[in-house]
Structure formats: structure tokens, C-alpha cells
Write a protein that binds this ligand. Structure first.
Ligand SMILES: C[S@@+](CC[C@H](N)C(=O)[O-])C[C@H]1O[C@@H](n2cnc3c(N)ncnc32)[C@H](O)[C@@H]1O
Length: 435
């Protein structure tokens, strides 16, 4: 039987000697599910390509690998792509669109949010931001039932009552109680069983909410999100009826597809776009650490117009640059290549890193100690607190001119680079770098 090497051995094989001694034992590779083991190998490969150092290894990263990732990869949901989404996740992409000139408009512009997730919070955000557009949220699966508990967690159920997906609240104290997936599933199955008999209109396609002891069951919840300019279509992307869209957004979906499927889906997207229409395809976290490609439809095909990424991908404790579901993810590899170029600029990178360390210390994230490693306070930061402070750190980095500085480094290295209308770093991708 093949023995699985220790995480420390693997990390040193990819990134050189010097694994942080105080973090030894934090990841036990052998105990992780097989899809997470593959994930860890891809992370180390991307780190190597990015010139990321072992000195940046930190408890946030190692906890993400050993606790968060096994619970969010498709393997945790019976192989299904989870409907994970969050409000304001695509605010910057909405800024990007607001900055585009779509020319004179005959009739209402159409925007398609493909794989919009559920509950479809990002699509609702975009519909609110662009009241003059017709917005469609499309997904192959909208859960028929949702149970919200009293602590802000929710679980989705199919028409047949099968438990599909659970999303914990952003409150860390609450999250900790749900670290046992089986117990959580049992608890929500019980809530579903208790609440289901209270529904009165089960055979009518209308939204209905019933409540008991503060826990809520909502049937056909998707209908609650429809507004004057927002509709939802339950369809697989390959079966979608022609849309004539001006914009086709597909965020946090392609990352789950293999190269072959991506190619087929891109072909489909081309058919749903109007001439001069845009397709925005990429990955991000809660509105941070984004990477995306923008394609433009011309009369003779779909052309890659830019590849963009947010400055925070260069952070010492950033996670999304390493998030992939399949090997050879072209956007992740291109981001790694660009990061390598930036980290190789000794003068810029030393200043960038020093400044980032100072900001992370002043905002209470962590402190770089004389051993060269980042040390964190014992108390973990609440996710909302983390996002707020993280936003402040990166706003300051942008204000100090590091976005512009990154553009200069990339330009000197031969890339055509600019700051796009989302405020992100955009480049003209080298031929063949993406699909
Ligand atoms: C991680 S969620 C992304 C949600 C949202 N776009 C966001 O960025 O917050 C991925 C969604 O893609 C949907 N999906 C995956 N493959 C699909 C396909 N072939 N056709 C339609 N929807 C798909 C899944 O059902 C899931 O709801």
C-alpha cells in the first residue's frame, strides 16, 4: 500500500526547507478525504508557481486546508456543486459593468447570472443595482425547500425531502457548533420533518413560509426573490433557451468544470450573447480575492478581452489564489504566473510585504515575529470582523498605490496591464494562456 507523506514533507518538497515548527502537525494529510488530498497537492503546486514562501504559512491557511475545504468541495455534498453564495459577493463586478459603454440600447439589456446559486443573493444584488436591465438568474438546481434555524444557519431540501446543502451562519461561535456534519444533517432533517406538515399549499406553486419555535420552513423560496426586473430559470447551462444577453456572468461555476466541459460551456455562452456582449467568468470569495476573465462577443466569435485579479490575491494570508477543483486550472495558473513576476521584483515586493505586515499588525490580524513567521492571537476573529478589517487593510494598500505599483511591475515585465473599472489589475492575457 502506498504511504501518504506528511504535509510537512510535501510542503518542503514543493517550497524548500523551513516548515514553520510551531505549525507542525496542523494538517494531517492521511486523515483528509481523497479530494482534499488532491486539493492540497494543487495548492502546493500553485504556491510554487507563485513564488509563495513557507515563511507565509499561517494558522488561517492550515485551518482552511484541514477544516474548511473538506466541508465545501463537491465530495462533501454527494458530488454536487454546492449553491454557496453570499450577498455583495459581486459588488465589484457590478462596478465593472457600470463602467462599461454598451452603446445605444434598442430595448432592455439582458443580464444572465449563470449558476446563480441559492438563495440567489448576488443576482438580487445585481437586479437592484441595474433596475433598467432585465436580469435572469439561472441554475440547474433551486432547492424546493429551505429551513432557516434560529441562529442564522440554513439547509436546502429537494422536492422529495432530501437534505442537499447546509450553510452555517457567519457567527464563529455558531459555526463551531455545526462542525459535526452528521449531527447538523440530523438536526435539520428533524426540523424539516417537524415543519413540513404545517404547510397548507404544498401542491400550489407559490411561496409559503411556516414557523415553529423561531425555526422557519419556506417552500418555493426562489419566488420570493423575483421582482419587476428579475426572473429565475431552472436549467442546466447546456439546455438553456437562447437568451440574447448583453452580459453573461458565470462566477464560481467554471472552477468546478474540467477543461473539456469548460470548452463546451464557453461555446454555449457564445450562443447566448448579443454582438459586443460580455461574458465574465471567474472565481472569488466573499467579494474578495477575485480572478476572472472577460470575453467579448464579436461577429466572428468570442474573444478573450482581459484577465483580471484583485490586489488582495497577493496577500500573505489570502486563500482563494489556491482554490481549484481540478488540476491545471488555467485561470489559477495564470494568476500564479503573474504573482511570480510580482514577487520576483525584489524591491517592490519587499516594500509591499513590509507594508502589508504593518497593516495586518495594526488591525490586529497577526504580527511577524523575529523567527520570520506570522503569529496570530489565540482568539480567532469572527468572519464578519475578519472581512471588515481585511477590507480596511486592502483599501489602505490600494490607497498607498500598490495597485498602480503592481501594474508598473507587470508592464516592465512585458504585459499590457491596466486598472479596470472594478479597480482590479487587468492584463491582456498572452495568447494561449486561457481557453
Ligand atoms: C458555488 S455556486 C455559485 C453561486 C454564485 N454564482 C456566486 O458566485 O455566488 C455554483 C452554482 O452553479 C450551479 N451549476 C453548476 N453547474 C451548472 C450547470 N451545468 N448549469 C447550471 N447551473 C450549474 C450549481 O447548481 C450551483 O448553484
Amino acid at each position: 500500500m502506498e504511504t501518504i507523506p506528511s504535509f510537512e514533507t510535501l510542503a518542503e518538497k514543493f517550497l524548500g526547507t523551513g516548515f514553520p515548527p510551531h505549525l507542525s502537525g496542523a494538517v494531517s494529510l492521511a486523515e483528509l478525504p481523497p479530494d482534499t488530498q488532491g486539493f492540497v497537492l494543487r495548492v502546493l503546486d500553485l504556491m510554487k508557481r507563485s513564488k509563495y514562501c513557507l515563511t507565509e504559512f499561517n494558522p488561517v491557511l492550515l485551518r482552511w486546508l484541514s477544516v474548511t475545504i473538506p466541508g465545501i468541495l463537491p465530495g462533501a455534498w454527494g458530488g454536487r456543486i454546492p449553491p454557496i453564495t453570499a450577498s455583495a459577493r459581486h459588488r465589484k463586478l457590478d462596478d465593472y459593468l457600470a463602467g462599461q459603454d454598451f452603446g445605444p440600447n434598442k430595448g432592455q439589456n439582458i443580464f444572465v447570472d449563470m449558476g446563480c446559486g441559492f438563495p440567489p443573493l448576488t443576482t438580487a444584488d445585481t437586479a437592484g443595482r441595474f433596475p433598467g436591465w432585465k436580469i435572469y438568474g439561472v441554475d440547474r438546481s433551486f432547492a424546493d425547500y429551505v429551513v432557516y434555524d434560529t441562529r442564522g444557519n440554513y439547509a436546502c431540501f429537494s422536492r422529495e425531502g432530501e437534505f442537499l446543502y447546509f450553510q452555517p451562519s457567519m457567527d464563529l461561535a455558531v459555526r463551531a457548533r455545526y462542525s459535526d456534519p452528521r449531527g447538523t444533517k440530523n438536526r435539520f432533517n428533524q426540523l424539516f420533518t417537524d415543519l413540513l406538515p404545517l404547510l397548507r399549499n404544498i401542491n400550489i406553486r407559490t411561496s409559503e413560509t411556516v414557523e415553529k419555535d423561531g425555526n422557519k420552513l419556506i417552500h418555493h423560496h426562489i419566488l420570493d426573490f423575483e421582482t419587476r426586473n428579475l426572473r429565475f430559470i431552472k436549467s442546466d447551462i447546456m439546455d438553456l433557451k437562447p437568451m440574447a444577453a448583453k452580459v453573461f456572468r458565470c462566477m464560481n461555476v467554471f472552477v468546478y468544470f474540467t477543461r473539456d466541459i469548460k470548452k463546451k460551456v464557453l461555446g454555449q455562452i457564445k450562443n447566448h450573447l448579443k454582438n459586443k456582449g460580455l461574458a465574465i467568468i471567474g472565481t472569488n470569495s466573499f467579494g474578495i480575492q477575485s480572478r476572472y476573465a472577460v470575453y467579448k462577443k464579436e461577429s466572428n466569435g468570442l474573444f478573450l478581452r482581459e484577465f483580471a485579479f484583485s490586489l488582495d490575491n497577493l496577500g500573505h494570508i489570502s486563500l482563494m489564489p489556491w482554490f481549484t477543483v481540478h488540476g491545471n486550472d488555467p485561470e489559477a495558473i495564470l494568476l500564479a504566473k503573474l504573482s511570480h513576476t510580482i514577487r520576483s521584483h525584489a524591491c517592490f515586493w519587499a516594500q509591499f510585504s513590509r507594508h502589508l505586515d504593518q497593516l495586518m499588525e495594526s488591525h490586529g490580524f497577526c504580527k511577524r515575529k523575529p523567527d520570520g513567521f506570522l503569529h496570530f492571537p489565540n482568539q480567532e476573529m469572527l468572519p464578519n470582523d475578519f472581512l471588515e478589517k481585511n477590507g480596511l487593510v486592502w483599501r489602505e494598500m490600494e490607497e498607498k498605490g500598490y495597485t498602480k505599483g503592481t501594474i508598473d511591475v507587470l508592464s516592465k515585465a512585458g504585459y499590457e496591464a491596466w486598472i479596470n473599472s472594478a479597480g482590479d489589475i487587468a492584463i491582456q492575457p498572452p495568447v494561449g494562456a486561457l481557453s
